[in-house]
Design a protein around this ligand. Structure first.
Ligand SMILES: [Zn+2]
Length: 658
């Protein structure tokens, strides 16, 4: 029997468009699915949408459309993003699919027939927003303990699932299955929750209050609670979305990936539902953390929401996939900052990986006519063995890290090999070997080792960065199919017979300027021919870091619109919470001006006081991080500020510069 791997994301609630949190879970699931497919497993990767419930009904009525139309309008936004992020799911559940509804009703009837669902009068405090009841002791000052919105007393006949009956069984399961709830801290939280007596779960809503849901098969006046409906997707999706002849054997799921906010729902509600339905529990439920942006909670009202589309547009799908999984250990909270993203992009993707690929392919082109030569074993050195050994243990390490969902460690391991390979090039200096015909065998050995390293990296990157891996495969001329079962056995060094020429191709990760934000607002300015220094680069008048730096030609009259003056720095201080910005007070002869300049990485405030500089005096005032800047200092540099433009001290302040 072949091995099976079943991974799920939560089904996402269609009350909003997809955001970074949705993308994060789904990318993680995709990496696991791709990895296990390569390892020869039969994989089922399920994601989808949770389309019922009060919030959907409310959102639809607000938009004056029926709930189904509302869902149908939002559904493509999720599917399109998954396409853009290169997500290869096997199934996409919608809880309004009739097949799903049938499965939910079947399980409801099954539990009802067994006496595990009963009817009772229930009075409690109801929070409309969270769609749940609270007990007297939960509610303080008439507010929902979860969302702090007012709750109302509601009395109704409801159906309950006998969740309390499974409390001990669940506790024991968690205690005896150490992988069941991960990470460990979350497991302890759930065990803590289970210290208190577990109550029965209300699983119905009267249609008079909520009509948008799945009808109870044994009472047509009620619909089922949205969570009961949603959680069953993990079983229904297998039933009607998998074409596998033995689809049911994918259950129990290998891993349910969830956000930490819905861990209890999965660990307690879903687990006890499964016990009632006499189905085995999933092997593990893994709760990951949340993303903040620049240290703050993301929210639409704050306007600090990361738009996955914009990130992909700017940096590419693979860079986005890479960053989310590399930056933060899965399971912990993480902070998203454009500066960090840009930093990793430049250092790890453009410099380390991109550079290694282009250097290696260029040398194969220049020194071996684009063909991969054979190894000359008698010329091998310690360095070759070190590279080969590291590459040969790569897959085992990746598998080990992915088994415990340590995506960041898997990527760290892969990029460790990239760094070693760059050092290998520096140490072996193939360009020196190429000058001496007697050293051709050694040169061939080095080129061969570079090609093998490229091949191993191509395979290793496949689950994480599929576009990049495909592109490397093409450049290297590999004819293998890297889709299913390619790592059924881990690759062996030297086993591949290279026959095709390599092609260098364009840069995999072209260097990028930092996208413009307040923090990254450049302090730069026009560079008229004030100096002839070679380090001074031409920067267009209105620098747009997203466009080319080749400035169009301008006439003298255009240049003369810019009023440049000699100024003296009187005061300088750092702008709080910014590593780059300094607030300067400068004397421009006629008046004192406040200028905010992005020079804080190069200069300490105390170094600047007394300096004579050049400023643009007629620039429209602008606000940088909330502070008004009444002008601009001239500095040299492009991505990085290299130095302020200065003049000799004896030119009087206020002198015009032409
Ligand atoms: Zn609430």
């Amino acid at each position: 029997m072949s091995k099976r791997f079943y991974v799920t994301t939560p089904i996402y609630y269609v009350n909003d468009v997809p955001h970074i949190g949705h993308a994060y879970t789904t990318i993680a699931a995709d990496v696991l699915a791709r990895f296990y497919r390569l390892r020869g497993y039969e994989v089922f990767f399920l994601t989808g949408l949770d389309e019922h419930g009060q919030k959907v009904q409310q959102a639809a009525s607000k938009a004056n459309i029926d709930p189904q139309t509302h869902c149908d309008q939002l559904m493509p936004k999720f599917k399109d993003l998954w396409t853009k992020l290169n997500i290869a799911q096997d199934g996409f559940v919608r809880t309004t699919d009739p097949q799903h509804q049938t499965v939910v009703q079947r399980y409801l009837q099954n539990l009802y027939d067994k006496g595990l669902i009963y009817q009772a009068e229930y009075t409690g405090w109801y929070c409309t927003f969270d769609e749940r009841f609270w007990t007297e002791k939960d509610v303080k000052k008439g507010l929902c303990p979860d969302c702090q919105r007012p709750v109302e007393q509601v009395s109704e006949r409801n159906y309950f699932f006998r969740m309390s009956q499974f409390q001990d069984q669940l506790k024991e399961h968690i205690q005896t299955h150490l992988d069941f709830i991960q990470p460990e801290s979350r497991r302890n939280e759930v065990l803590g929750f289970l210290q208190k007596p577990l109550e029965d779960l209300s699983i119905s809503r009267p249609k008079s209050r909520l009509s948008w849901g799945i009808e109870l098969p044994f009472d047509r006046d009620c619909v089922t609670y949205v969570w009961f409906d949603a959680l069953v997707n993990y079983l229904s999706g297998l039933e009607y979305l998998s074409s596998h002849p033995k689809a049911s054997e994918f259950w129990p799921a290998s891993v349910h990936l969830v956000g930490k906010d819905i861990l209890t729902t999965h660990a307690v509600y879903w687990s006890t539902m499964l016990m009632g339905m006499e189905r085995p529990l999933p092997q593990s439920i893994f709760a990951h953390g949340w993303w903040t942006m620049n240290g703050e909670k993301m929210s639409k009202s704050r306007g600090n929401v990361v738009d996955p589309h914009a990130m992909v547009q700017e940096f590419g799908t693979d860079a986005f996939r890479y960053f989310l999984l590399r930056e933060v250990p899965f399971g912990q909270d993480g902070d998203f900052s454009l500066t960090t993203f840009h930093g990793r992009y430049q250092a790890e993707l453009a410099n380390d990986l991109g550079n290694f690929v282009s250097r290696s392919l260029a040398m194969l082109g220049n020194f071996s006519k684009n063909m991969i030569p054979s190894n000359a074993p008698e010329t091998e050195t310690e360095w070759d063995h070190q590279l080969q050994q590291t590459a040969s243990t790569l897959f085992e390490k990746i598998e080990h890290h992915l088994y415990s969902l340590e995506f960041h460690r898997a990527l760290e391991t892969i990029f460790g090999l990239v760094q070693m390979a760059n050092q290998y090039i520096d140490k072996t200096a193939p360009w020196v070997l190429a000058k001496d015909p007697e050293k051709t065998p050694r040169l061939h050995t080095v080129l061969f080792h570079l090609a093998e390293t490229l091949r191993f990296l191509t395979y290793a990157l496949m689950p994480f960065m599929p576009h990049t891996a495909e592109s490397m495969k093409t450049r290297l001329g590999l004819t293998v199919d890297i889709s299913n079962s390619a790592f059924l056995n881990y690759p062996n060094w030297g086993e591949y017979a290279y026959i095709n020429p390599v092609t260098k191709g364009a840069s995999l990760f072209p260097k990028k300027d930092m996208p413009r934000t307040e923090e990254s607002q450049p302090a730069f300015s026009p560079n008229p021919p004030l100096t002839t220094g070679k380090n001074t680069q031409t920067v267009p008048l209105a620098p747009s870091p997203l466009t080319s730096h080749d400035a169009p030609m301008i006439g003298i009259d255009e240049f003369q619109k810019v009023q440049l003056k000699i100024a003296k720095i009187l005061e300088a201080e750092r702008v709080p919470k910014s590593s780059k910005l300094l607030k300067l007070k400068v004397d421009i002869g006629t008046e004192h001006r406040q200028i905010v300049a992005g020079i804080g990485k190069k200069y300490a405030p105390e170094d600047l006081v007394g300096k004579t500089i050049v400023v643009v005096a007629n620039l429209k005032p602008a606000k940088l991080m909330g502070i008004e800047s009444q002008g601009m200092v001239l500095a040299a540099g492009e991505n990085e500020m290299l130095g302020l433009l200065g003049v000799s001290e004896d030119i009087p302040v206020g002198t015009k510069v032409k």
